[in-house]
Design a protein around this ligand. Sequence first.
Ligand SMILES: [Ca+2]
Ligand SMILES: [Ca+2]
Length: 269
Amino acid sequence: MKKSVLALVLLLLVAQAPAELKMTCQTDSAGEVTVSYDASSMDPNLVRIFTLDVILDNNKIKTLETLNPHYWVYPGSIVINEATGEIDTEGSPIADRSQYEVGSPAYEGTRPGLDSNSLTIEMGSLYVGEANAPASTDDLFKFTVCNNCNVRIIPNEIRDGVVMEKPDLVFDFNSPGVGNTPAFYVSVCSCPGDIDNSGQITLADLDALVNILVTAGPPFIAHCQAGWTGTYFPCADLDANGSITLSDLDALVNILCAAGPPFVVDCLQ
Ligand SMILES: [Ca+2]
Ligand SMILES: [Ca+2]
């Protein structure tokens, strides 16, 4: 009898294991971060709308691209033709802060967007028939960053975060930078100052940095930004703020002067 009670209790505990939506990041050395979701513990309930803030602790988000054709409804910017009911414009997954009055709750609750350190995404699904449903586990979007940073992905507060198809479903949101889950570290440059990636910081790197700034011309700023077609050298952005400036040149000169002749600093392995 006792055994069967124990078994029942165990069964209930298993049955009551908290439902969870897990967001994860993966990256490569070029600073591209792929964001995926796992809602399999809630299957067959699926995510209806993701509204998330992507936040870097430094520098900038340069590009963002969706990876999931099932989450194709961008509620903040989709335009439906009132006469025909057809979609005039699909819009963008990145919420557009500029459409709100400065200082309003909607403005304050929407992240600045590309070329800043944070943006808000809105991605919803709309489908008919189970065969057309999104997968419970899949990639969602990817973005690129300009330099080393820690990434947090949090629910957007004014948009109710993540909404399930069964809206009253209670679940844990497990994501980089939320609760006990650490922020996701993206490594783009392992040795700031080693612009030519030789394994050492030398006068050749100083030459390279001067060339980058001279090519940019006055006021000597080479930005990492959306639409930038030139090569961006993250290790030339020594302070990892998303642009190469005279401050970075100062920092590199200081490193070399501190080393003294012959001005060679080995990168730490
Ligand atoms: Ca070097
Ligand atoms: Ca910089």
